[in-house]
Design a protein around this ligand. Structure first.
Ligand code: FAD
Ligand code: NDP
Length: 426
């Protein structure tokens, strides 16, 4: 038993939604395109799950954040897919793929064949068990990757009002969930192995700006250590967190954000992998000419840096997906993907954006006791990265443009003196 499509998108997350919109704009015919997703709902803007979705008042709920509202585009509801003749195969996990035969086998036993496949399987949250700690299944331990996780987190938060939470991990999930927990009137302690949070992007100076803000909201930090075990009650609920440094923290709930792994397993041994992801060329095409990969799972050449990178951010998922569709539908009119990495976050009333690469020497600017701060990264005599907190739309556009231009920087002291003014006049 089986169905056949010209185009199949495997995965129904952010990249899938933007790819679908691009297919319709470039003239896909009714019945040609199918999206297969393990999730029970059509593609949505995943960033909402750690922000608006967790608000105690007027929280964001579907259908308000289906793709592609995050890029101020159309909102693709189930009706939209129907009207465009796009088959949504939801609540369906693909359990194996055969790229030679061009088939996918679903967990329900259906074979779906394609002429062109776009892999958009994203990533999964790393579990504590992968670091030798058990207890992930306890009812008050939460992860956050999909809608089901977000619903669970909301329920656990609501049952712990006024209680204590430990957030394990000092990355994006840790930072955004800690803020949401505080907004929900829960006392938060963040635990992470590094010297400061967001260690892979923030400098110590930037991190301490945010950590001071978090401290002013009552958040406590325990740095340089990791979880060693949980204490459980007879119902299997975590009652305390034991850390490797010997400390013990009584808890009502735990949120874990310790990184992700791209969902590549269906294609291991069939496609070339690099940097933990599926390697693609500048047209998002894999080592098999009928298979493309986009979003978190794809490792693609970033022209600006002259090397292959895998990025785990929404802007890259949106744009790589659109680029793959352009390359598939109009190969002669489509150049190689020329992407400027863009990351952002919003916590409490704060909001930052980062463009480019955080390599080389750092020049901080702005008033680190005020509300607008920033930094530039300079590598091999050129501006390669820019960070800004508290900027206007024009300011963010300016740092993006300046970073893309990669101007030569001769004098770091002068760059520091000019600060944001440098990007505004470049
Ligand atoms: P995903 O959106 O993860 O979609 C993958 C899809 O594939 C899922 O629907 C999954 O169920 C499906 N799938 C996987 N394997 C199979 C299979 N075998 N069979 C069927 N279906 C399968 N980035 C930012 O830049 N800014 C933010 O503020 C931000 N906030 C975030 C908040 C949260 C809570 C999370 C989890 C991520 C956030 N991100 C943010 C990252 C961003 O959401 C991801 O980079 C983006 O979702 C990647 O898109 P994707 O389509 O590649 O993968
Ligand atoms: P991150 O990779 O951002 O951060 C993981 C953090 O956990 C790091 O600080 C890491 O330290 C730490 N860590 C690793 N192992 C352990 C351990 N055993 N105990 C304690 N801490 C540990 O991943 P997240 O889980 O925060 O985010 C998941 C995904 O969601 C990412 O792809 C992220 O980009 C995305 N996301 C993006 C957002 C945004 O862009 N605004 C918002 C929310 C999610 P180390 O660095 O030493 O490994």
């Amino acid at each position: 038993m089986g169905r056949a499509f010209v185009y199949v998108i495997l995965g129904g997350g952010v990249a899938a939604g933007y790819a679908a919109l691009e297919f319709t704009r470039r003239g896909v015919s009714q019945g040609e395109l199918c999206i297969i997703s393990e999730e029970p709902v059509p593609p949505y803007e995943r960033p909402a799950l750690s922000k608006g979705y967790l608000l105690p008042e007027a929280p964001a709920r579907l259908p308000s954040f289906h793709t592609c509202v995050g890029a101020n585009e159309e909102r693709l509801t189930p009706k939209w897919y129907k009207e465009h003749g796009i088959e949504l195969v939801l609540g369906t996990r693909v359990k194996s793929a055969d790229v030679k035969r061009k088939t996918l086998l679903t967990a329900a036993g259906e074979t779906i064949s394609y002429k062109i496949l776009i892999i958009a399987t994203g990533a999964r949250a790393l579990k504590l068990e992968e670091f030798g700690v058990s207890g992930s299944n306890a009812e008050n331990v939460c992860y956050l990757r999909d809608l089901a996780d977000a619903d669970r987190l909301v329920n656990v938060m609501q049952s712990c009002a006024g209680g204590n939470a430990v957030v394990i991990g000092g990355g994006y999930i840790g930072m955004e969930c800690a803020a949401s927990l505080v907004i929900n009137k829960i006392n938060v302690t963040m635990v992470f192995p590094e010297a400061h949070f967001m260690a892979r992007l923030f400098t110590p100076k930037i991190a301490s700006y945010y950590e001071d803000y978090y401290k002013s909201k009552g958040v406590k930090f325990i740095k340089g250590t990791v979880l060693s075990s949980f204490d459980m009650d007879s119902n299997g609920k975590v009652t305390a967190v034991n850390l490797r440094d010997g400390s013990r923290l009584p808890v009502d709930m735990v949120v874990v954000g310790i990184g992700i792994r791209p969902n590549t397993s269906l294609f291991e041994g069939q496609l070339t992998l690099e940097k933990g992801g599926i390697k693609v060329n500048g047209r998002m095409r894999t080592s098999n000419s009928s298979v493309y990969a986009v979003g978190d799972v794809a490792a693609f050449p970033v022209q600006l840096f002259g090397e292959t990178r895998r990025l785990e951010h929404v802007d890259s998922a949106r744009k790589s997906a659109r680029h793959a569709v352009a390359a598939i539908m109009e190969p002669n009119k489509t150049d190689d993907f020329d992407y400027l990495p863009f990351f952002y976050s919003r916590v409490f009333t704060l909001s930052w954006q980062f463009y480019g690469d955080n390599a080389g020497e750092v020049v901080h600017f702005g008033d680190y006791s005020g509300s607008t701060i920033g930094a530039y990264w300079v590598s091999k005599g050129h501006l390669v990265g820019s960070f800004l907190e508290g900027g206007s739309k024009e300011d963010y556009e300016a740092i993006a443009k300046a970073t893309k231009l990669k101007p030569a920087i001769e004098d770091l002291t002068e760059l520091e003196r000019q600060g944001l003014g440098f990007a505004l006049t470049v």
